[in-house]
Design a binder for this molecule. Structure first.
Ligand code: PEP
Ligand code: MN
Length: 256
């Protein structure tokens, strides 16, 4: 776990990973990196290969986006993460990024998990929207069994009958995954919420339930975002959430 030492829980950095859903331009990702590094967020996220429900939607800048993400992050002293959906994308990302993300739609892609395991790169393994906790943990074994133990689990909401949120954040999955696995459990409240106003309450619930940290989508101008603008925080709301969480986590540490 030494490679993930920057993700050790710190009440000063409850949001470990933040950034736009997608890398859209050098200006957009640099502006975000400058803002987040100022708050002490250690990892910049940005999708460059986007799994979109509708194939006609923006699907990311690909390799060019990876280079924009990595230079923005590294120039600001941050690490970076992008999602990969297949081995070809993994090979493009490996030389540039510090962490790769397996998205909810790829959690059952066992050849991808095996390739990431063999590569040894730190990985965020999102829970599939239709996966049980045990299936999620079993997916992590595909990576671990290849000798890669730098795995961060990430709960991001599951599909339920409820339509008021994009997905249903499974808060109970946090303590259960912690009981059944030694891996850190992060939470992505943004994709569960689907709406920016719900991100803060879900983020607070996640930390109170024992999450090791959070991944949050933030964009310089969410209205103009090419993906997931509705659930993305603007800088002012992000800073408010960050400050609220610092206070909450200090109290939670006292409760122990
Ligand atoms: C994302 O992080 O932008 C993303 C697509 O997440 P998920 O795989 O959880 O839907
Ligand atoms: Mn997104």
């Amino acid at each position: 776990m030494t490679q993930l030492s920057f993700l050790q829980f710190s009440p000063k950095n409850p949001i470990h990973i933040a950034g736009p859903c997608s890398v859209e331009s050098p200006e957009q990702i640099r502006e975000t990196a400058a803002f987040l590094s100022g708050l002490g967020v250690p990892v910049l996220r940005g999708g460059t290969f986007k799994p979109r429900t509708f194939s006609s939607s923006f699907r990311g800048l690909g390799e060019e986006g990876i280079l924009m993400l990595a230079s923005a992050a590294h120039d600001h002293g941050m690490a970076c993460v992008t999602e990969v959906m297949n081995e070809e994308q993994l090979a493009l990302a490996l030389p540039h990024v510090d962490i790769v993300q397996v998205g909810a739609r790829s959690m059952f892609n066992y050849p991808l998990l095996t390739a990431i395991g063999k590569s040894g790169i730190p990985v965020i393994l999102k829970r599939g929207m239709g996966a049980t906790i045990d299936e999620w943990l079993a997916a992590s074994e595909y990576i671990a069994t290849e000798g890669n133990s730098s795995i961060l689990l990430c709960e991001r909401g599951i599909r339920s009958f409820e339509t008021s949120t994009r997905f249903t954040l499974d808060v109970a999955a946090i303590p259960i995954a912690r009981q059944r696995s030694a891996l850190p459990v992060l939470v992505d409240p943004s994709h569960a919420a689907g709406e920016s106003a719900l991100v803060s309450p879900l983020a607070r619930a996640a930390m109170a339930a024992g999450a090791a940290g959070l991944m949050v989508e933030v964009h310089p101008d969410p209205v103009l975002a090419l993906s997931d603008g509705k659930q993305s925080l603007d800088f002012a709301s992000f800073e408010r959430l960050h400050d609220d969480l610092v206070r909450l986590c200090t109290t939670l540490r006292g409760i122990g």
